[in-house]
Design a protein around this ligand. Sequence first.
Ligand code: ADP
Ligand code: MG
Length: 362
Amino acid sequence: MKQNIFAAKGRAKELLKDERYLYPEFIPERLPHRDREIEELAFALRPVLKGRKPENVFVSGKTGTGKTVTVKYVLKELAEYSDRAKSIFVNCFEFSSRHAILSRIANSVGAVVPRRGTGSDEVIERMLALIKKSDFTPIIVLDEADQLLHEGEASKLFYDLVRAIEREKARFGLVFISNDSGLTARLDERVRSSLAEHSLVFEQYSAAQLEDILSERAEYAFFPNVLEKNAVGLIAAHAARIGGDARVAIDCLLKAARAAEKENSEKVAAEHAKKAIAGIQPAQGQKALPFLSEQEKKILVLLSENQASSGELYNKFKRNSQQAITLRRFREIINALEAKHLVKTSLVSLKGRGRTRIITKT
Ligand code: ADP
Ligand code: MG
């Protein structure tokens, strides 16, 4: 009898016990090397337990330093301990305008805000009215807040929130998370001092720290004795070299495991780590991916090998796309990608033929 193709590839030995422990959105039970940050965040939020307003916190640090996971971890602990706080998590890649963010917050505190036809000021009014009545303290987290700086309205939003707290005595806490520690420097003084009552900087992980993080996650993800220590060492060292990004390190470990499984190897060894290292993607692009339009994604794919001039890329895009697209729309997409720091553009002069824009993936 013909064997099913899945059965035919039966493995001698499974390597991954549960790969979900290596997924980027997983919140682990322990966060090695973030004790100080956890403690400081908890300290800033602690007044909530007594029904008082928490301190606003400005969290900054390079991508992959554990900002999002640490904030989520602390908020999860807080929610388990007390029902006096309610966290409202907003990813500014996903909600990128003042209005979208305000509506999202308002909806989360229970206000019904129609999708269209309600002005931002009206949304704020409804939101504040509900917050005043509620018996919980909302903790509003704006993750990837530096995205908002590309929106003209961003500082207005920060101002709305700060003013709501100050003038209306609205009782809620704000946590801003930014990859750019200079974000507050670009805000006006009053917003800045109010936002950053507490400032927390996340440093990049060293190779040794990444090794601890990987080992901790690996304990749950892999069966005993299948992950070789030097594979972990190689991945940690590489990730430390290219920016100390834990996301890159963890992703790389998962890829190494898959490479080993594909070869039916009984161990995840150095050779698999090396294969995974050769194939890793820049982290910023990966984080943004779920929130990009199909057209934006397509451009990134077309750019993945090398850089291209605007004209070349436009033609390539048209060849690869069923729908017609105007040059103007194409330029808008490139500008949007540049605003998200996913591509860089530079103008170069052509001999006697004017100038052209060169687009490079970051
Ligand atoms: P950031 O928000 O600073 O870009 P994240 O919080 O998204 O970084 O962390 C990137 C990835 O690394 C996530 O999958 C996260 O779970 C993991 N991570 C970061 N720091 C730690 C740590 N100290 N221990 C365990 N996992 C971590
Ligand atoms: Mg983050």
